[in-house]
Ligand binder design. Structure first.
Ligand code: UDX
Length: 435
């Protein structure tokens, strides 16, 4: 099928590339000319495992095209996906300016039937506004008889595993109003042998916000339980296993740590609370989720402070900067809060991250922050080693060697990647979460 993707950010680029890989002819549009010029030269705007190879192959085989001309792209496609960003405003509400602009541009450029599908994460009722915007602008052009449909098809892609998630979804959600829209999307999603949940548009929009909020809630839940574990001397990893093996609960998203970060959970929880407030519904279950999450980083910093006694002039090694492994994304990354706080207290920081150091260097600038070459380079001469992101190479480090090169053997682990018993055995003072 011929499709257009508007917005080549995380979601748009992965979605467009994967649809091309499935044999569709895809045009990806973005108003950022530099991004499009780079993509044409096969320079990726983000780090996502496997993406570059997939883009290269599909461009080479003529199924994937990049352009900054929305006009051209809209004219040639029957299905148009809106994948632009919906950033939070100061009060947490989603800013839908880009969605409205794109809807207007589609209306100004379409010349035959189009199905406009929203894939950006948006609050419920956005589909209605998109429809209204297109109608008004078509009328303004004197084309009020041009037919179109609006649909919602949210994505559930995790950064770092986005291609795998696209190709192996748990379910596909399509929110539609007409048979024609349903048939078009069913045809496009035909290669996937998973349940397709067909709903009205508003329900589809709610599925996305409810899914992410539920996962965030699960993380905050296990994090508060981890605090109780610390008080009474229980082990959160064992508690989580015992709880998660109940099929009704499920074992994923029960890893206690320093809380959730990234571009989705914090933003989506905020936006969901806001849209519920707008409709007079109390979602304080989520305000609590959010509060627990920010407390989790604060408590972790306190753990570091308490175990160093005086932070000023101590050398602290920070392993991991990205909000999770497999990405260079630093949005809402706990590392930034931790490093900023420790620097403000006069510490010297040495850090290493396999992917996120260039971006971090642009965000935090301090003569007391040093980017290192690897884990051993970080650990050398440190008063304390702090694990913030659970990259595999940190899990594989030689702890005996680390112990020898540190000034004092103290590891504070925000991701529970090591066995406390083993640490005890080899003589490293080890503090983790809820154990
Ligand atoms: C998330 C959703 O999973 C995805 O479906 C959605 O569309 C986009 O948002 P992503 O933000 O890439 O994806 O990351 P995810 O793997 O879900 O992790 C989010 C955060 O939660 C990370 O900071 C991670 O470290 C944290 N987390 C996750 C935990 O603290 N504990 C867990 O058990 C799981």
């Amino acid at each position: 099928m011929k499709i257009t993707i508007i917005g080549t950010g995380y979601v748009g680029l992965v979605t467009g590339t994967c649809f091309a890989e499935l044999g569709n002819k895809v045009t990806c549009v973005d108003n950022n000319k530099k991004k499009i010029a780079d993509l044409k030269k096969l320079i990726m705007p983000i780090y996502e495992p496997g993406l570059e190879d997939l883009v290269r192959r599909n461009v080479k085989e003529g199924r994937l095209l990049f352009t900054s001309s929305i006009k051209q792209a809209v004219k040639e496609s029957e299905i148009i996906f809106i994948c632009v960003s919906t950033p939070p405003k100061d009060d947490g509400e989603a800013d839908l300016t880009s969605v409205e602009n794109v809807a207007r541009s589609i209306a100004l450029n379409m010349s035959s039937y189009c199905l406009i599908v929203d894939k950006s994460t948006v609050p419920v009722e956005t589909g209605e506004w998109v429809k209204h915007t297109i109608k008004v602008n078509l009328k303004d052009r004197g084309k009020k008889n041009l037919k179109f449909d609006v649909a919602s098809s949210p994505e559930f892609l995790r950064e770092g595993q986005a291609i795998y998630d696209f190709m192996h979804p748990d379910r596909i959600v399509i929110g539609v109003e007409t048979k024609r829209a349903e048939e078009l999307l069913s045809k496009l999603y035909k290669p996937f042998k998973v349940p397709i949940v067909v709903t009205d548009i508003k329900s589809a929009e709610l599925i996305k916000h409810a899914s992410n909020s539920f996962l965030a809630m699960k993380i905050s839940f296990i994090n508060v339980v981890s605090r109780l574990c610390e008080k009474v001397g229980a082990d959160i990893t064992k508690v989580a296993r015992g709880v998660g093996l109940d099929k009704r609960i499920g074992k994923s998203f029960l890893d206690a740590g320093i809380g959730y970060g990234g571009s989705c959970f914090p933003k989506d929880v905020d936006a969901f609370i806001k849209i519920a407030e707008k409709h007079g519904c109390d979602l304080s279950i989520l305000t609590e989720t959010r509060r627990i999450n920010s407390d989790q980083v604060r408590l972790f910093i306190k753990k570091i402070e308490d175990s160093l006694w005086i932070v000023k002039d101590k050398v602290i090694g920070v392993l991991g900067l990205s909000f999770k492994p497999g990405t260079d994304d630093l949005r809402n990354a706990a590392s930034l809060k931790i490093i900023e706080r420790l620097l403000s207290e006069g510490a010297c920081i040495k850090t290493f991250d396999p992917q996120a150091m260039p971006k971090a260097g642009e965000i935090i600038k301090s003569s007391r922050l040093k980017f290192s070459k690897g884990v051993y380079d970080v650990a050398k001469g440190c008063d304390c080693l702090v694990i913030v992101t659970e990259w595999d190479e940190f899990k594989a480090m030689d702890l005996e060697r680390i112990k020898k090169i540190m000034k004092q053997p103290l590891i504070i682990d925000g991701r529970n990647i090591f066995d406390p018993e083993y640490m005890k055995k080899i003589g490293i003072k080890y503090l983790s979460i809820g154990r």
